[in-house]
Design a protein around this ligand. Structure first.
Ligand SMILES: [Zn+2]
Length: 490
């Protein structure tokens, strides 16, 4: 916008003015140096422009951008219609652009999520019993069979997939429940096979307690890690998405840069300190306005919630969020949190993948075993593993080079010495460059003699003359059956 309107302003000054104006109301504005964020964004914008301006220029030259092409540019490179229009203006050129592009993009996105919901229309909202956590068994009535294995009940103890938390597992009348989804407050159960009982019949529900427990721990860990990230990185960090599964969970946070190893370790440390403090976690329903007044807007970590009443989840003295998921009662129930990965999944969003409790312990044991195996294999101490690996790597590089040189010399010598034409030589060398160089160097001595190399794992390189090509195509069938390739030279 600044570039487009040719405004002579610096974003940092604008932000500083904002901070002065609003800082007394929103004190969190004063807590961190936003210029770091702004400068990083500016740098990224410049990089983006440098990278894409050539591409945009070449598009402008064609004079027209089709809608499908625009969609690809937008989705794969982040290039917008405005970017193209702006650069065309700069270059003084005309380009025809698709109209109503953004509305179409939104239509595509909405269309993908919209399913046929006539099947559940008019049904009563499912009564949610899953918040009564001790309830792992219950009876319920079948309200509708959408398909023989897809049913709606009057009430359920199965937590459906929502708020990023994966659904409960278990059985209904002994039949395995493989998915539970919620739509317009109606909860739909997908079963492993058809259920015989008719609509109106009462069925027995049983939730898999072990799966539920792990999901609860991973969900709780998400709250803990999210707050830890805000403590370490700054209060401007927000949750952008999350998923809590049984083997691991991930949390997407808004952050302008990639995280350093130190930052990650610090987040992990704060998270685990919170676990060991064994803080109490409470859930209460609160009027929306009262909750916003008391805790501020940061309760909406998972995005805005349109209800008048909010379910407020509080970790005593640590974190408050509006959340509909299932949690532990104390942070200590999580036992342990291990962050296993941090990656930038899009501009300004970092994904933290982590594990809690048993999956976390198992992950560490696996890593530890790997190191122990290397120690045994190499006969070195733990602190020498890395250095040894490094040494092996450079040694193997060195030996490889020696081997390649010697093998290339052997091939050349056998090619010259042999009376056969074509000469066939087998080799394990897979470095095409070395092979060609070595044959080129003895070209004179070979005269018109043809050389065919049967090598492993190299591509098929075609020789110049028709005659050699013919010999090779015959030989090719023979060696390709053995998984080898031919390399011809003339
Ligand atoms: Zn939650």
């Amino acid at each position: 916008m600044i570039a487009k309107n040719k405004w002579n302003i610096d974003l940092n000054d604008v932000i500083a003015e904002h901070q002065k104006e609003f800082g007394s109301w929103f004190t969190e504005l004063n807590d961190f140096d936003i210029s770091k964020v702004i400068n990083k964004e500016k740098e990224r914008f410049r990089e983006f422009k440098d990278r894409n301006s050539k591409l945009v220029s070449s598009i402008i030259k064609t004079g027209k951008v089709e809608e499908s092409e625009m969609k690809t540019l937008y989705e794969s490179k982040g290039i917008t219609i405005d970017d193209i229009r702006y650069q065309a203006e700069l270059e003084g050129k005309k380009v025809s652009l698709p109209e109503k592009f953004y509305t179409d993009i939104n239509k595509i996105k909405l269309g993908a999520e919209k399913e046929d919901d006539t099947e559940i229309k008019g049904l009563k909202e499912t009564e949610r019993l899953f918040y009564e956590e001790s309830l792992l068994e219950a009876k319920a009535k079948i309200l509708k069979k959408i398909k023989p294995n897809l049913i709606v009940l009057d009430k359920t103890i199965f937590y459906p997939e929502m708020g990023g938390q994966k659904p409960d597992g278990g059985t209904i009348n002994g039949i395995k429940v493989i998915d539970v989804q919620i739509k317009d407050n109606i909860i739909i159960h997908l079963l492993d096979q058809a259920i015989k009982d008719a609509v109106g019949k009462t069925v027995s529900l049983e939730v898999d307690g072990v799966r539920r427990e792990t999901l609860r721990k991973h969900h709780t860990a998400t709250h803990i890690v999210n707050r830890a990230a805000r403590i370490v990185l700054g209060d401007f960090v927000y949750q952008n998405g999350a998923e809590k599964d049984v083997d691991k969970a991930h949390l997407d946070i808004t952050y302008y840069d990639k995280l350093s190893r130190e930052q990650l370790e610090e987040i992990e440390t704060v998270a685990n300190e919170t676990v060991s403090k064994d803080l109490e976690m409470t859930v209460k329903l609160m009027d929306r306005t009262a909750a916003e007044m008391k805790y501020g807007m940061s309760i909406y970590q998972g995005g805005a919630i349109p209800n008048a009443t909010l379910r407020i989840v509080e970790i005593a003295g640590y974190d408050v969020e509006a959340c509909g998921g299932l949690h532990c009662h104390r942070t200590g129930d999580v036992n342990f949190i291990k962050i296993i990965k941090a990656e930038r999944i899009q501009d300004g969003v970092v994904r933290l993948t982590f594990m809690a409790d048993k999956p976390a312990l198992k992950h560490i044991q696996e890593l530890d075993n790997l190191v122990k195996e290397l120690m045994e294999l190499w006969g070195v101490k733990r602190e020498e593993v890395y250095k040894t690996a490094e040494r092996f790597f450079s040694e193997s590089q060195h030996f490889r080079e020696l081997y390649e040189k010697a093998e290339a010399e052997r091939i050349s010598a056998s090619a010259i010495a042999s009376y056969a034409d074509p000469v066939e030589i087998e080799t394990k060398l897979d470095n095409l460059g070395i092979l060609m160089k070595s044959l080129d160097s003895i070209k004179e001595q070979l005269g018109n003699k043809k050389v065919i190399l049967k090598a492993e794992r190299i591509g098929l390189a075609y020789p110049k003359s028709e005659e050699t090509k013919k010999i090779m195509s015959e030989k090719y069938k023979e060696v390709s059956e053995k998984g080898n390739f031919l390399f011809g030279h003339d």
